[in-house]
Design a protein around this ligand. Structure first.
Ligand SMILES: C[S@@+](CC[C@H](N)C(=O)[O-])C[C@H]1O[C@@H](n2cnc3c(N)ncnc32)[C@H](O)[C@@H]1O
Length: 225
């Protein structure tokens, strides 16, 4: 696919993360706010300021929820990750995907932002991870169907807009196997309860865990059907 912002230059930095006993190094945005400002100016110069919403670079930073979900995956012992098929929805920099892969899962990372694949492939190379597949996937696209569903569907900080509770619940519930697990990490955003209610309506029971990451309380919702 041709880039919508071919000569926009992201200012980047390297971040080293320690997740339990695992170490990950990712290239990420130096500053989210500065990138948004720079991207807005770039799009305005090209006469396309309205594209900012579509191209907003939320994917490019390590959100506390991603860290909390990754730590949870390392520490938990209830869910067998070795050889499990895992799908990460709205993956951004895909830290939980990298951790799941290190723990032996067969991982598909997915996002709808056109720049995610480029960042991911560089970061996979940097961490010598080869067994993560990337798919460009909008969670409002109900047509995405795989022959086999996933044992585990994960996502972090993906409930930040009004439409997300319904669309994310419909998507993850259709992509997880019967008797599979969905884990969503969220920093108590206003739409979290609505998402939990949606998942219950779709037949899932919920268990909650909390943990601190980067000075924030993060909720981990574990759903089973
Ligand atoms: C706040 S960021 C979180 C990124 C990553 N999960 C993390 O916690 O570091 C939200 C992510 O959801 C993605 N996203 C938003 N709407 C989406 C949609 N409709 N389909 C797929 N991904 C979407 C964004 O591109 C972005 O990567």
């Amino acid at each position: 696919m041709q880039s919508l912002i071919p000569d926009f230059e992201y200012r980047l930095k390297l971040e080293r993360l320690k997740i339990g006993s695992e170490s990950i190094e990712v290239e990420c945005l130096k500053s989210l706010d500065e990138t948004i400002d720079a991207l807005f100016s770039y799009l305005e110069r090209g006469g396309n300021p309205a594209l900012l919403e579509e191209l907003c670079p939320y994917f490019g930073v390590v959100w506390p929820s991603a860290r909390a979900l990754s730590e949870f995956l390392v520490e938990q012992s209830d869910i067998e990750l070795k050889n499990a098929r895992v799908l990460e929805v709205g993956c951004g920099l895909a830290i939980p995907s990298m951790i799941a892969s290190r723990l032996g899962a067969i991982v598909t990372a997915a996002d709808f932002h056109p720049e995610v694949e480029k960042f991911l492939s560089k970061n996979l190379e940097r961490n010598r991870l080869r067994n993560i597949r990337y798919v460009s996937l909008d969670w409002t696209n109900r047509a995405f169907a795989e022959e086999e569903r996933y044992d585990l569907v994960i996502g972090s900080d993906i409930l930040y807009e009004k439409t997300h509770p319904v669309s994310v619940a419909r998507a993850v519930s259709s992509w997880v196997k019967p008797h599979g697990t969905v884990i969503i990490a969220d920093p108590a955003r206003p739409y979290l309860q609505q998402f939990v209610d949606q998942m219950r309506d779709l037949g899932f029971s919920a268990q909650t865990d909390t943990r601190r990451a980067d000075g924030k309380d993060i909720f981990l919702l574990i759903f089973r059907n």
